[in-house]
Write a protein of this length. Sequence first.
Length: 105
Amino acid sequence: MGSARIKKGDSVIVLSGKDKGRTGKVAKVMPKDGKVVVEGVNIAARHRKPTQGNPQGGIDRNPAPMHISKVALATADGKPTRVRFETRDGKKVRVAVKSGETIDG
């Protein structure tokens, strides 16, 4: 696979599923699985039994990985865009398809 179109720290919009339309920052990218973890989106509740380490037990809520095709990079005005790679000044940079502006580089 080539360079990653979506990277850690990018601001993204969810395109489909129960969190459609929500935005968040990419916390983790898993290129082998083709998944991303977005802060505050796709929250999975895990019921924990009381243990010695956690005598209270309870419900843990953590963001679960989601498929990378379900998210798109958010432009400055908060709209989704695809990402293209271009060579500018001899450097390979990510470019927003909709606006043509360079992303962090």
